[in-house]
Design a protein around this ligand. Sequence first.
Ligand code: C2R
Length: 170
Amino acid sequence: MGSDSDLPVMQQAAQLLAEFGVPCELRVLSAHRSPELVREYAAGAIGRGLKVLIAGAGGAAHLAGVLAAHTSLPVIGVPIESKSLKGLDSLLSTVQMPKGVPVATVAIDNAANAALLAVQCLALSDPRLQSALAEYKRALTQKTRQADARARSAASPPSSPAKAGTKRRG
Ligand code: C2R
């Protein structure tokens, strides 16, 4: 991430990765404030066994793009909400990469989706993660079914004796 002020958002990614049993490291590296460290980190990432990079940055968010410039690993960008422009600046500067240097960009502050996308990349060669993702999707469906049931019963509450005699129009 570009600053430790991004940590509350980026921790969502670390948490989701932990749920899938995927180890990760959290670093503060800025393309603007510590450009040399960003270059070194990206250039050494494959050698250190990293598989996917997730970069969260706000405002003039060039971190993901600069990482992508220095590695052939997939880079996922998380635009962090900014004060003045509510993250639109972060979103556009992360997503609008020139042809040849892609950054897969998730929604503003959606670090959890960045982690899920990273797990999906890793699952291509990891059957354990494939089944964990299938289970995750089953749980999503189950939660939606429960929400659907709650919404349906809110729309038509079970009729009580008092209401049973309510007159209908017409
Ligand atoms: P501070 O809170 O440290 O002032 O940072 C950070 O990601 C953060 O969201 C404000 C915002 O500046 C962002 N920043 C970047 C980069 N480095 C820091 N966008 C970069 O390299 O792109």
